[in-house]
Every structure is written in C-alpha cells, then in structure tokens.
Design a protein around this ligand. Sequence first.
Ligand code: AVJ
Length: 377
Amino acid sequence: MSLKHLANPYVEGNFYVVFWEENKVRNVNQSAFGAYSKPRFLTEDRLQIKQLINLSVPSKSEEDAGNDVIQGLTQSFKTLPPKYFYDDPGSKLFEQICELPEYYPTRTETEILRQYAGEIAQITGACELVELGSGSSTKTRTLLNAYEALNYPLRYLPIDVSSGILKSSAEQLLRDYPSLQILGLVSTYELALQQLMPTQLPTRMIFFLGSTLGNLNRQECEAFFSQITAALSVGEYFLLGVDLQKSKQLLEAAYNDNQGVTAEFNLNMLKHLNRRFEGNFDTEQFEHWAFYNENLHQIEMHLRSLRAQTVRLKALDLSVNFEAGETILTEISRKFNLNVVQQELEAKSLKPLQVWTDSKQWFGVILCQMQPKGINQ
Ligand code: AVJ
C-alpha cells in the first residue's frame, strides 16, 4: 500500500505522525477477537506509526533524496544503495527469497531463534523490542512468544523503510498478541536510532537479524555499531544475526536461485528508481549477476547492462551512460567469522554475553550487553 492512502498525516516535531485506518483495525479488533477487546486493549492505544522518511514518492521535504543515487551512478564503478531494493514489491520479493530452498539463512536463523528465544528472554527480562529492518516480522514472533510465555509486557518498535509491509505486519501482530503495543517507525536505521525515546520498560533490546549487517562494508559496519552504542543505555541489549563463511558453492546457489526470484528482486531496484525518480531503465536490458568473492568473504550482486545504452532519471536531472557488459553493484552480502564480529562488537562497548549457532555452523546469533563506555575502548 502506498503512503498516499494513509489517513491524516500531521506534523509533530520534525517528522510526520500517521495514525492510519484506526476504524478498520478497531473493527477487526471487535469482530475477530471480541473476547480480547477489553478497553485497555483498544487499538488506538496499541498502535502508532511514525513516518520519518518516505521512500516511495518524491518529496520536497527530503532535499537530499536521490543524492546517493546520483553519487553511485556517476562513479566509474557504478553502485546503488541496497535500501532501494525495499519498496513494497521488493519487500514482497524478499519474503519470497526467504522461502527459497537455496536460501538457507532465514530458515537457519529461525531455527536458532526457536531453540534459544526462551534463553534470550530469561537473560534480558522484560524489555522493549526494537527491530531494525523488521520486514514481515516473522522471526519477531518467536521472540514475542518467549516474552509472552514469561508474562512480560510486550512492546515492539519495528523500524523499516517499507511502509506497506510495516503496516500489514503490525496489523497481523496486533491481532495475534492482544496485549502487544506497537510503535512503528518508517525510517532508515540511522534516523530511527537517533530519535529513539527512552524505553518505557525496565530495559530494551535492539535486534538486527537476517545478516542485514552483511550489506555494510567494514567501515560502515563500525559506524553502525557506534550508532547502536549511542542509542543504547548501559545494561541494554543488542541481538545480532550474522551469516557465516562457508563454501562458495552453497553461497552462490543461495544468490542464484533456480526460480529466478533473486534476479527479479535485483531488477526490481530499477523499477523502483523509475517510479521514484521518473527514470526510464528498461529491465529487459539488464541482467542479474551474483558471485562469491572469496578474498573479501562477500557475495557481490550486480546488474549488468546487456548493451550500450543511456538511461535518464528525470527527477534527478541525471543521464547515465552504460557500456555493453558494464555493471552496477547493488549489494554486498558479507559472510562473517564469529570471533572477529565479537571482537568488533566488544570494541564498541557491546559485550557479547552469549553466542548461538546451528548444527552446521552456517549462521550465528550474538546477544550483547551495553557496557559503560570506555571500558573496552
Ligand atoms: C537482507 C541483506 C540479508 O544479503 O542475503 C538476499 C539480501 N539479497 N538475496 C542477503 C539478499 C539477495 C539479504 N539481506
């Protein structure tokens, strides 16, 4: 669903607050689980969405919008930021990727969380759950179940750049968890982390699953950990899921699936840019290309131009020339060594308390606690 369908946005401070479709949700509340609709569970008290950014329509308020696109496409090695994968269709394609037989990370991480969510909840106690890149919030349920089983209050802050998927998963979660409160932030991680309010529960856990960290290069990764450190108070938690180094064969299969969903996901970025910046990319004239760079331990995903062509992005007043065979790097997906990541976390005052992996050691989940700053630096 696009943002223009959202009701009554108004400005609060420096960002929009949107309370959407209260009526619809309230009706669902009454009919679908009348037994639960005690006054304290009224949906309008339980759900709030803040719109910090809007990726799906051009916006005057975002003066920098598209600068990253211009920068990436005017270099000799062309790149585009992976955040442009995740418009609403792109988020749906990513959900499909997660179900693919070749794409092991999602099901492996889910398996780890299923097994250890109870332990995580025991360690943290009652806590506010803040999820970066929440997507469809599927793995979140595993955590919510664990906190619910311990009778802890449930407060969840999903953060995602895709408003459609944020909204629909929030609706679904509210139906399934009658005491859950949600504050959704349509935002980049950086902006959301800067604007987090102090937690309303005894503590807080920010979690970043699915190895999305892999999209960040070394430098960006370090900067990202610093942003986490800045957003957390001493004693609060950070839960991180990382994909681990493994054979080239397994990795390349995961990013070149037989059904071509990953290819469609990659090409969808061009459609997104067309809509967002009045572009004329012809997706028939580009192809998906992904391989594992063993030296850098990372998957590199590109879009390769099938012929010499010029593409215009009108809203950015940008024309881009491609040679035949020239590529745009759309994503890196780094594969980690558990010991190295732990050291990097520790260096940022995020002390690893516990690490869990699956039986094949394909994926790792690390729970960290924020230490007083300076102790490990
Ligand atoms: C969401 C960044 C973790 O790198 O595996 C999946 C994105 N790209 N297939 C990943 C992705 C192609 C995914 N992350």
